[in-house]
Write a protein that binds this ligand. Structure first.
Ligand code: NAD
Length: 283
């Protein structure tokens, strides 16, 4: 495994790219949006500078990191030499399936195709390719270069070899892994979606303020972040897509909180738009 191609340069794609390049992989990152690629390039340069200032890497590493990532809008160019593709586009099953069909056509026969989906079925995505045994879900957490876990989810036809190779990549990235049998939301998104949704329901019902709900969870239940600040970090649009999928597949318990729906309609998407449950200063 030498070259990792990341498809989707948003919140997750750019931090997965940074992790991969930091740990010695050649990285190509592709997105349909030029702006997303520019933002990803800035993000990677900024993170490398921060790591240098903190003494975690040396000057040479900064050059190596910035030189070993290529940015392109061409999916064909991004796929042709990939050993592993990690897809990190929106949580939309039709889009993921369409892209996996393209990866299947454009990549080498032995390339592994992974999705960073938070909730969806790698089996359903893999079934539309000619290589279901080489498809898998590799669920990173936000931000991927700081969070320790990768959930690895086997589809029905994922081979043991693919699972082992992906596990090895995750370990090279210095991650802990858990093996999950496919089910909507896996372990983490299923649990976390409910906690976040209940926090939003509490605010909507006037039980406590945004700040106090988060404070209660941090100081009372020892969560490192409040569920509402976490939802803002994830992106409220992304969280709504996750909850909608869980609601459709697992039922009523997962119905997205109406306040979340309202915020997304208003364009309050969390940190990425400057306002969600909290307000953020762009600077
Ligand atoms: P995002 O909205 O920040 O980024 C998605 C990117 O995909 C955008 O830059 C967009 O331009 C790009 N894109 C859309 N269609 C494309 C196409 N056809 N070809 C190329 N690029 C395309 O989303 P995100 O938060 O990074 O989420 C990406 C995936 O990761 C989702 O499946 C999400 O569920 C999952 N995930 C998100 C988080 C999180 O905290 N945000 C955590 C774990 C997993």
């Amino acid at each position: 495994m030498k070259q990792v191609t990341i498809v989707g340069a948003g919140v997750m794609g750019r931090s997965i790219a940074y992790t991969a390049v930091q740990h010695g992989f050649l990285v190509i990152i592709t997105d349909q949006s030029e702006q997303a690629l520019t933002n990803a390039e800035q993000f990677i340069a900024t993170e490398a500078e921060k790591a240098l200032r903190r003494g975690k890497i040396v000057e040479d590493d900064v050059h190596r990191i910035t030189q070993r990532v290529t940015y392109t809008v061409s999916l064909e160019e991004a796929c042709k030499n990939a050993d592993l593709v990690i897809e990190a586009v929106l949580e939309d099953i039709a889009l993921k399936i369409k892209l996996f069909q393209q990866f299947d056509r454009l990549c080498k026969q032995d390339a592994i195709l992974a999705t960073n989906t938070s909730t969806m079925s790698p089996t359903e995505i893999a079934a539309q390719t000619e290589r279901p045994e080489k498809c898998i879900a590799m669920h990173f957490f936000n931000p991927a270069h700081k969070m320790k876990l990768v959930e690895i989810i086997r589809g029905l036809d994922t081979s043991d070899e693919t699972f082992e190779q992906v596990k090895q990549v995750a370990e090279t990235l210095n991650k802990e892994t858990v093996e999950v049998n496919e089910f909507p939301g896996f372990v983490t998104s299923r649990m976390n979606g409910l906690i976040g949704n209940e926090a939003m329901n509490l605010v909507m019902e006037g039980v406590a303020s945004v700040e106090d709900v988060d404070k209660a969870m941090k100081f009372g239940l020892n969560h490192p972040m409040g569920p509402l600040e976490l939802a803002d970090l994830v992106g409220l649009d992304t969280r709504l897509r996750n909850m909608t999928y869980l609601y459709e597949t697992l039922g009523e318990t997962y119905r997205p909180c109406p306040l979340l729906v309202k915020y997304v309609k208003a364009g309050r998407l969390g940190r990425k738009s400057g306002r969600g449950f909290y307000t953020y200063d762009e600077r």
